[in-house]
Design a protein around this ligand. Sequence first.
Ligand code: ADP
Ligand code: MG
Length: 400
Amino acid sequence: MREINFSKKTYYTVVWIIIAIMISGVFVDNPRIGKLEVGYITHCILVVILSICLLLYPKKSTNFLRITIIIVASIFFYTLFIFYPETFSTFIFLCLIPALSILYFDSRLFYFSLVFNFVSTTFIFLFIMVLDKGHLYPHIEQDLIGNFANFIVSQIIIYFIFYLMNVRIKKLQLYYEQIQQSERLKTTGQLSAAVAHEIRNPLTVVSGFLQLFKQDSTLSEEQKGHCTLMINELNTAEQVISQFLTLAKPDKEKVTEAVDVKLILQSVTDLLHSYGHIHDKSIELNVNGDCRISANHIEIKQLLINIIKNAIEASKMGDIIQVIAESEKNFVVIKVIDHGCGMTEEEIATLGTPFYSLKSKGTGLGMMICFSIVKKYKGKIEFQSSKGEGTTVTVRIPSI
Ligand code: ADP
Ligand code: MG
């Protein structure tokens, strides 16, 4: 976005008005009219060049033409000031010169014209003070300091307008880039979700037939072992796909409701018991106070299942996993404490990276899902862990 966007029709209307005013400046009530003076001829030539450049610009929006317009317009303003000293208002044009480059939004050109204008106008003021002494420019000489101060203030104001516009445009650019990026991610996500979904069906069929083959009595023990290996591998692939699909599901399908963390925790612990994840390990559940949050209950269930499952998998036989939930100020705090293998600081830092898993049958997607769910509900997830001693996972989600 280099320049302020005009429709061509508006641009030409404005340009024709400007050309009409410039031409009337040459012919209407001009004191130099008819006299072949340098000033008057320069004035006429500049009006022609500037008009042609302005009319050409929409057809040839090149950098060269942009710079030419700004330079010719600046020279035109100086010409008016120098050759029509009796017209006081030409001084206003000098103040406005840097604003021309704002129209064509070019920062290098802007800074150049700001500095150049400052230097040349300072020389003009020095000329009026030392040589002219109010002969040609009495209106400026009468209050030289005041006029110069006003000129400086006008340049500062123009600089601020440019600076603020620049900041806003940069922010907008960043915003559009982010939107484009997230659109791209969304499309890729949807596409991969569709592919993943299609892969799941053939996997289930193959896995079913392998189970059948395995029961065939003519197969040797070695062949049955191979079948088991294949079934296990297919199960892992199926798990990766299911986890991935939970991530890719569109947000529209996930309604937010009041969720009682106590009920969810009870159902999660029951589920993990009945799925046989706990062999000789038990879960101790402790919920204090009213722990209600505003979320989607399926997502909160996914979050807690992933964390508690990891704790169970990290624990040794006979271990107890403690799950504590309590309400603290404006948050519901859930702690999952295990005394299992623990993690090093580097391992903790790697959590949430897709497919990072230290387990032979792990998918490495669980933590990524947890991070995205916690982030969605403006919560926090923390890990305290020491290798060989155990881990405490703390989740904080705003309560209602
Ligand atoms: P997965 O469980 O499929 O391996 P996760 O994303 O759930 O994937 O976890 C990633 C890794 O983080 C695990 O493989 C494990 O090494 C480590 N991890 C997660 N939770 C714990 C925990 N409570 N104790 C020890 N290690 C853990
Ligand atoms: Mg896991």
